[in-house]
Design a protein around this ligand. Sequence first.
Ligand code: SF4
Length: 486
Amino acid sequence: MEKLNFDCETGNYHTFCPISCVSWLYQKIEDSFFLVIGTKTCGYFLQNALGVMIFAEPRYAMAELEEGDISAQLSDYDELKRLCVQIQKDRNPSFIVWIGTCTTEIIKMDLEGMAPQCEAEIGIPIVVARANGLDYAFTQGEDTVLAALAHRCPNTKVCEDEFPLPSLENYVHTVKRPVSATRGSRNEVETCLSEQREVSNSMGLIEQANRNSSETKLKSNSIKSLVLFGSLPSIVSSQLTLELERQGIPVSGWLPSQSYSDLPALGPDVLVCGVNPYLSRTATTLMRRRKCQFVGAPFPIGPDGTRAWITKICSVFGKEPQGLQEREDKIWEGCEDYLQLIRGKSVFFMGDNLLEISLARFLIRCGMQVYEIGIPYMDKRFQAAELNLLEQTCNEMNHPYPRIIEKPDNYNQIQRIRELEPDLVITGMALANPLQARGVQTKWSVEFTFAQIHGFSNVRDILELVTRPIRRKNDLSELGWEKLVY
Ligand code: SF4
């Protein structure tokens, strides 16, 4: 059988900076405070990109590094502690996340070394996440924060018996405990430093988990609970929780939770499953550090993806899924008005937010022709189930396998767009306007990150986004304003 086509170019990354993840995470985790430690550039970026007015009192702030900090003449620690005390006094968060930036990476600022001391002195947890512009895509900021938060989740009873958790006062004295036994920051010093290196090595665990999914089922007697990871609006996470509960599968928690005290318990008796395709670092941390069992499923985007996601989880719990096919059919029926607009039309993904494979699979199922899936970074092991579903969808829809281009070169892509003339290009913000001015219909990929696109209930939201440029073009043509159809 023909296999999916993978290619790799050497293009530059044209993506938002991952520190932008604070915009959705501070809203999701209601008792958090995000302190971004960077330069004026980072401050301007946050201010412009997130456009939050000062009177909206967002729960994030900048700790601005000056020249003196960069040349290591000033005491970073005193200033950071002063800011944290101020934040604690003004906003009283349950915990503070220090977000690293390019600058803290470049000057090798020892955030992980400073956090435990600050934490012990001010008395609230400080989580360090290195979400900086050196990542492939802006969505990976969420991955970094969730991986850091995974260390702070309590242990399940099984873990607790084996490795009791240290108290807050003992954080700084727990270096010699086994890594999986602690949830203190000193633990993070060791784990964060080795995490980047480990991602590539330990992805073998994900591969193995994918291979052994049937074995996971055999182990299900010892499995107590299911934890889902990925940040979704609360209403969407409740919908997915309900879908699983309808199948008789209780969800014991989400990472992230709405509050710090609700972080889910983790351990070897916990199954974990992701809802977003850019969370491979979190998956690795959950498996390697917290000893959870990973469920490799396609992502619940579109009715087809949601059905496959629930089916996979059901299979691991040894349950026969009930009524999913009927549910999916009904949703497709209810979207017929949108589907008529896009069936037979073509789409080209330039690559931006790592949601590309899932969206392309969904659009092929809608009847669109996908010419190319550009993606800044392809983790084939974490996305294995999604890639299988893409392949299966292509076969069932009689669609040729689209080219999947990792790290695409935008110059080459523009040549291909000229040749192929797709009806729609889904692209990052930087390229959308220039393409639109050259007569190409575009959609900002970032909109899919912020829209509610998961689960059975939100399919019309995805289709609303995809069809908007096409409807606009049709409307203008009907009015005879072709000239405005650039
Ligand atoms: S973290 Fe780096 S890429 Fe992001 S805004 Fe700051 S300087 Fe720019």
